[in-house]
Design a protein around this ligand. Structure first.
Ligand SMILES: [Zn+2]
Length: 95
């Protein structure tokens, strides 16, 4: 029983490591690549929640009557940075 738990926790640790690496790559991209609007390629101000679709303010307003599904680009970046921080905390925790 105790052995099963150890194996499970080790698998979780491996998964967290993988996820962390993926997120770090994404974080890096956010810094090095300015986001562009999908439609007019102007610099983007909004992103669709949980996606890689970016729009400038004008196109966002044109495309979406309801912009509540949109988040400011900076906030979208912040969200992934927070996720990385949380994972790093989790990884520090002794399992
Ligand atoms: Zn645009």
């Amino acid at each position: 029983m105790a052995e099963d738990k150890t194996i499970f926790l080790r698998d979780v640790r491996i998964l967290v490591d993988k996820l962390q690496k993926t997120l770090k790559t994404k974080k890096h991209n956010h810094i090095t690549m300015p986001k562009k609007c999908l439609i007019c390629e102007d610099s983007a101000e909004f992103a669709i929640k949980n996606s890689n679709d970016y729009y400038c303010k004008e196109c966002a307003e044109e495309q979406f009557n309801d912009i509540s599904c949109l988040v400011p680009v900076e906030e979208a970046n912040k969200t992934s940075e927070e996720a990385i921080d949380q994972l790093e905390e989790l990884n520090k925790t002794e399992l």
